[in-house]
Write a protein that binds this ligand. Structure first.
Ligand SMILES: NC(=O)c1ccc[n+]([C@@H]2O[C@H](COP(=O)([O-])OP(=O)(O)OC[C@H]3O[C@@H](n4cnc5c(N)ncnc54)[C@H](O)[C@@H]3O)[C@@H](O)[C@H]2O)c1
Length: 247
């Protein structure tokens, strides 16, 4: 599906799954504002993709960054049609060992950032309707050990998504969640720290592999941003090779 002239904010949009989303959206005709802490990757994104990309260096947990991203979308591209809340930093530890800093990192970059970007984007999205894609995780749905701070923030994001899907339907704003499984640098680092857990996860993927960010996950995000999914809202879409099934 095509996204001609749709303007979309992508958080964590310089690298990992977010970088893949940025590239795929632009290839399908969108104009994007990518927000990321990683300025080097952001500059590389802009040089690779050109005039249809703006990069904003910043921490997504900062409300001012969310407001600046929306302002940039309006000023440079004339409005806003979509928001992808992809960035989320977290650390793994058993519940009894998790520190306050680790809880704050996960909730601030995950739940708080998603909430603040949605609030900042709402007035523009409401003018013509729009689509919000938030990010969940299968490890949260199954309660994977060492993921308490991450899983709690991810499920809070899904709760927020279902409520806003209902509240914002009157404005023709759809809110859906993608739950991916993809081999990014972050997952590679996790697999090295917890090789047995990685192998266990791999064994549970019916399609037999971790997904590719660009060809397995980003197209599903593009679909949810496009008019092809205009009758879908409040859903969680599993882009995970069949690993976790929601009934
Ligand atoms: N990779 C997977 O298999 C997997 C599985 C389940 C869920 N997810 C979710 O998918 C999303 C993307 O995952 P990923 O593996 O690409 O992550 P990643 O860590 O590889 O990349 C995230 C991007 O976000 C940026 N970022 C991190 N903290 C930020 C902050 N505070 N402010 C601005 N930018 C920040 C990073 O610089 C990076 O460019 C996340 O929400 C993650 O929880 C991923």
């Amino acid at each position: 599906m095509q996204l001609e002239n749709k303007v979309v904010i992508v958080t964590g949009g310089a690298a990992g799954i977010g970088g893949a989303i940025s590239r795929v959206l632009v290839a399908r005709g969108a104009k994007i504002v990518a927000v990321d802490l990683n300025a080097e990757a952001g500059d590389a994104l802009v040089s690779g993709l050109g005039e249809n990309v703006r990069f904003l260096a910043g921490d997504v947990s900062d409300k001012a960054v969310a407001e600046a991203a929306v302002k940039l979308a309006k000023q440079d591209f004339g409005g806003l049609d979509g928001l992808v809340n992809n960035a989320h930093a977290s650390r793994q530890a058993m519940f009894n060992e998790l520190t306050e800093e680790q809880w704050d990192l996960s909730f601030n970059t995950g739940f708080r950032a998603t909430r603040q970007f949605m609030a900042a984007a709402y007035p523009l999205l409401a003018t013509n309707g729009g689509s919000v894609v938030n990010f969940g995780s299968g490890s949260a749905m199954v309660g994977q050990m060492t993921q308490a701070a991450y899983a709690s923030a991810k499920e809070a994001i899904r709760g927020l998504s279902r409520v806003t899907a209902n509240e914002w339907a009157k404005d023709n704003i759809r809110v859906n969640v993608v739950s991916p499984m993809a081999l990014t640098d972050g997952v590679k680092a996790w697999s090295e720290a917890y090789p047995q857990m990685y192998q266990d996860s791999l064994d549970k993927i019916p399609l037999g592999r971790f997904g590719d960010p660009e060809t397995d996950v980003a197209p599903i995000v593009a679909f949810l941003l496009s008019d092809d999914s205009r009758y879908m809202t409040g859903q969680t879409v599993m882009a995970d090779g069949g690993a976790n099934k929601l009934y």
